[in-house]
Design a protein. Structure first.
Length: 149
């Protein structure tokens, strides 16, 4: 094999390796961007009301402040054997909670629901260990929708 041919193969191999590295770096950057864009979430409570409704509380970490969080209450109804979201509301203010107490032990001070129609819902969450729990937020679930009580 000639020296020129070996050089050509070497250059081709180097170009292919560089292209593969660039592609992998771009894929990693895209995955990192998607991870940064999606807020970190953690379900902190859930309740199933008979076969009609499922109610969940989820903490959503703030994109602007690593210590802040919001709380989302979601209602699901049964449809064709699967749970389908029928409503969602924010409990308290957007980014009005602290992420670490909200996702730690004892975060849910009160989460009560009832299988009646309309169904009362009460939510009280830990503000901080030193401040204690929030005042309860009272809501009512009526035909798959959440309303202030």
């Amino acid at each position: 094999m000639s020296l020129a041919r070996l050089r050509t193969r070497g250059v081709t191999a180097a170009v292919l390796i560089a292209l593969a590295a660039t592609t992998l770096a771009a894929a990693d950057a895209g995955a990192a961007d998607r991870a940064a864009a999606a807020p970190q979430t953690r379900q902190i409570a859930s309740s199933v009301l008979g076969t009609d409704y499922k109610v969940t509380l989820t903490a959503l970490r703030s994109a602007d402040d690593e210590y802040a969080a919001s709380v989302r209450l979601q209602v699901y109804t049964q449809a064709n054997g699967a749970w389908k979201e029928s409503d969602r509301v924010t409990v308290g203010d957007v980014d009005g909670w602290f992420w670490y107490p909200l996702t730690g032990k004892g975060a849910v001070c009160q989460f009560s629901t009832a299988g009646t129609e309309p169904a009362p819902i009460a939510v009280s969450l830990l503000l901080t260990p030193s401040l204690g729990c929030s005042e309860p937020t009272h809501l009512v679930l009526r035909q798959g929708r959440v309303y202030a009580a």
